[in-house]
Design a protein around this ligand. Structure first.
Ligand code: COA
Length: 244
């Protein structure tokens, strides 16, 4: 069986990651720099490192109420191991109304950034009831994480045409929307990743990387809490089926 890979080469006496000696990376580079290297094939600049670090920090957790935090806690509460519970959380975060919006928004920005008639595009998507990933939030009317991330993007010179486009889309979208649709953290991260040159197909990888520490924290807290089995109380369940 023959495999070709440009990622790594490991044999007795030599461990190479993307052309760099693993041991030199261990001694001299941060985890974030090495993530950039292994996903992109080259080491990041100081500014790219700062931006990526900011993005991953912003993703780390957003409360116990979201599906990807609630699910691993439920799974852990019935006695599953940490890796099973965290894997369940990862499975819950890819949906297009949750972390999967990062990939969807990056695809939308990269596909449409040069569009000539944005208003027409947004109106036709609204008629088809298509939601633009990266806009809206169940709880927040404004996502402050977007402001903070764009501040860092401007400081590092990484605020480019996709970030500008994301803001323009937000303004146009809110003119035709029945409720405020803030550019949320996924939308901001999608725009910045696009300006950094990342393909939308790898975007979910960033959300997994950024959020897994939060999922581990929730799972571990649940395992140590002594809470026991979590299940809905009878008072929270309304039976709508037929009677015997
Ligand atoms: C996040 C989200 C699920 C929150 O939904 P919500 O606040 O419960 O909003 P609702 O589902 O009640 O939708 C209310 C209206 O806004 C519209 N809407 C909501 N998000 C929209 C979006 N991103 N693009 C276009 N229209 C949107 C809905 O179509 C609906 O329109 P209508 O009243 O004309 O039927 C929703 O905004 C969404 O799907 N966003 C895109 C995915 C995303 O970015 N997810 C990451 C969240 S951090």
């Amino acid at each position: 069986m023959q495999w070709k890979t440009a990622i790594s080469n490991v044999n007795d006496g030599q461990e190479i990651i993307r052309g760099y000696n693993l041991h030199e990376l261990v001694e001299n580079k941060s985890f974030v720099e090495t993530v950039f290297l292994i996903w992109r094939g080259k080491l990041p600049t100081v500014k790219e490192t700062k931006m990526l670090n900011a993005m991953l920090t912003a993703m780390i957790d957003h409360g116990v109420g979201v599906a990807s935090a609630m699910v691993p806690r439920m799974v852990a509460s019935v006695g599953n191991d940490l890796h099973v519970s965290v894997a369940a959380g990862i499975l819950a975060l890819g949906g297009n109304k949750h972390g999967g919006a990062l990939e969807g928004a990056a695809k939308f920005f990269q596909t449409n950034v040069g569009v000539s008639d944005l208003e027409f595009l947004l109106k036709s998507l609204k008629e088809k009831k298509v939601r633009i990933p990266g806009y809206g939030h169940r709880v927040l009317s404004h996502d402050n994480r977007t402001d903070t991330l764009f501040t860092v993007a401007k400081e590092t010179g990484l605020y480019g045409k996709h970030c500008s486009f994301a803001v323009t889309v937000g303004e146009a979208l809110n003119k035709i929307s029945s409720k405020p649709l803030p550019l949320n953290m996924d939308g901001a991260n999608a725009a910045i990743l696009s300006d950094m040159g990342f393909d939308w197909r790898i975007a979910t990888g960033f959300f997994i990387l950024g959020r897994v520490p939060g999922l581990i924290a929730h799972t571990y807290e649940e395992m140590m809490s002594g809470e026991g089995i979590r299940r809905l109380d009878e008072s929270e369940i309304e039976y709508e089926g037929g009677e015997i």
